[in-house]
Design a protein around this ligand. Sequence first.
Ligand code: HEC
Length: 443
Amino acid sequence: MAIINIFLIVFHHYIVFLKNIKSRIIAGSANLRHHALEGVKGTCMDFNIMEWAQLAIRWIHIITGIAWVGASFYFVWLDMNLTPPEKDGYKDKAGVGGELWAVHGGGFYEVQKYRLAPPAIPPVLHWFKYEAYFTWISGIILLTILYYFSADIYLIDRSVADISRDTAILIGLGAIFGGWIVYDFLCKTPLINHQGWFGALLFVLLTLAAFGLSKVFSGRGAYIHVGAMMGTIMAANVLKVIIPGQRELVAAAKRGEAPDPKFGLAGKQRSLHNNYFTLPVLFIMISNHYPMTYGNPYGWLLLSGLALVGIMVRHYFNMKNQGRARQGFFLLPLAFVLFCVIAYAAAPKSIEVPAEQVSFAEVQKIITTRCVACHAAKPKNEDFDAPPKGVKLETTAEILKEKLRIRQQAVDTHTMPLGNLTKMTDQERALIGAWIKQGGKAN
Ligand code: HEC
């Protein structure tokens, strides 16, 4: 109970903090804009601090994420390619368990891995942790700016669940941190020793999480929270298990004692989990460009299927690196077939074309009432200073130009109107679909 109370108190402060910071940023941005306009009178300079902040943080998130995933791939690859040291080496290789030669960027590299610890800890020892921490921190900031500041638009979909902003954020954070608690608990049970079963259980639990979240959030909101859950597990593995374990290894080596192998083992298990998480998480991170995934009524199942594709691909490469490519030869074709099956199954229902011609006037009326609050040169919706993604739907020419994207966003999927804020009906969607199918002309 005490823990729940503490969580609620911390959460309350988090929400107050969010509200404060958002209003400050907006006030600051209005101020800046005012000064900018004063400074450059006559030009129509207009900036949006939130957009620039988003750009900067997204950029950082990608850079640190690439560094982290790159290091994860490299070290798992390294481990799987190590060969026992040569007997008649040219230098003392006592304690070396495996070694490897590589050529890269114009030079030769020789890497050696010690079975336990080297005889002495070298003065300069490289650690790999800040990539993970900064990926997580920038990710949480991005999640906050995008999905929590604008929860009503991006996170909540009233046609899925009519929840308040605070409830939505509470569920989101609960899922992110709850995911780690459940995972960490499972890692401490004997099940961890059965790699295959453990992986299967994690997969089922994450699918359930995706299903549950899709019943409270918008499609995008559900996807990004599954991604955040997995990313948090990965970063917490580094912070709470891998790095402390390494500290123990170093400390034992400095004391001249043999380190307890349990630390090395736990670190290895967790970094292997992280390695299998990478491809599904990367898919989730790019998924918001593809409404046919998160916008599908079975988006959670699609997520689970595509995650499986990623895991199979990862598994193939891990087997290949261990010299077992032949046993795993079927994995890549199977992943490809599964990907195609998913793409086929996710295809939108074909639109029935009514005998009567749908008039453009009718279509324009729907778009004007359901879309133009946001998609206008000067949006009425106060969350937007400019038309989102540059899409304007005010004039006939603009609607005709965007008709394929309109179909993708509002007919084939229910991605638009965002969060169905303007309460578009299925009948209206069908009508627009029919009009496009009939040729989509301004008759
Ligand atoms: C509440 C505001 C809002 C309403 C209402 C709204 N949209 Fe959007 N729309 C957005 C936002 C925000 C984005 C950018 C989404 C993103 O960041 O990926 C967007 C993006 C789009 C895009 C570009 C998608 C892409 O990534 O290529 C299209 C097309 C679109 N909307 C069509 C529509 C249509 C059609 C309607 C009405 C049926 C509509 N929108 C209603 C806010 C809105």
